[in-house]
Ligand binder design. Sequence first.
Ligand SMILES: N[C@@H](CCC(=O)N[C@@H](CS)C(=O)NCC(=O)O)C(=O)O
Length: 164
Amino acid sequence: MPELTFYTHPMSRGRVVRWMLEELAIPYKTEIMSFGAEMKTPDYLAINPMGKVPAIKHGDTVVTEVAAICTYLADRFPDKGLAPPVDSPERGPYYRWLFFMAGPFEMATTATAYDWRIDDSNVQAVGCGRLQDVIGSLEQALSTGAHICGEQFTAADVLVSSYL
Ligand SMILES: N[C@@H](CCC(=O)N[C@@H](CS)C(=O)NCC(=O)O)C(=O)O
């Protein structure tokens, strides 16, 4: 297997990727990056031009963004069963909730944390809607079973469960 390096900081979204890696039970090397200068060095900016963690390097393949990393890992290690088969009906909701967490969920929770104004004047144009809509959608999806899509625990559950 190609070498896998995980760039992270313990107090970061890297914890989601850490869970995914542990769930896969594959060997990997961890590079703890300090916030500030270390993430902005030319060497690390070559990994992630955003100068942020988490990131992974798997052989020559670099992946950044929590949801993308989890999706990539689930597909690269299909025998671990963390992604529904590509031709299964569950693949639709699987994509849906992965993107939902990376998009509307991230945006709505960040907006709430920093008091960004989402109200009647802009909610139609703001892609995440209101926080209660985002939470309500997840609650509804989780009310029918133990997992976010179908009977199987997937990378989408790692994301959802990490943030709820
Ligand atoms: N959209 C990114 C967010 C990454 C992010 O914002 N990481 C923060 C820590 S949770 C970071 O590295 N901040 C350091 C900085 O911006 O200097 C993802 O999903 O991975």
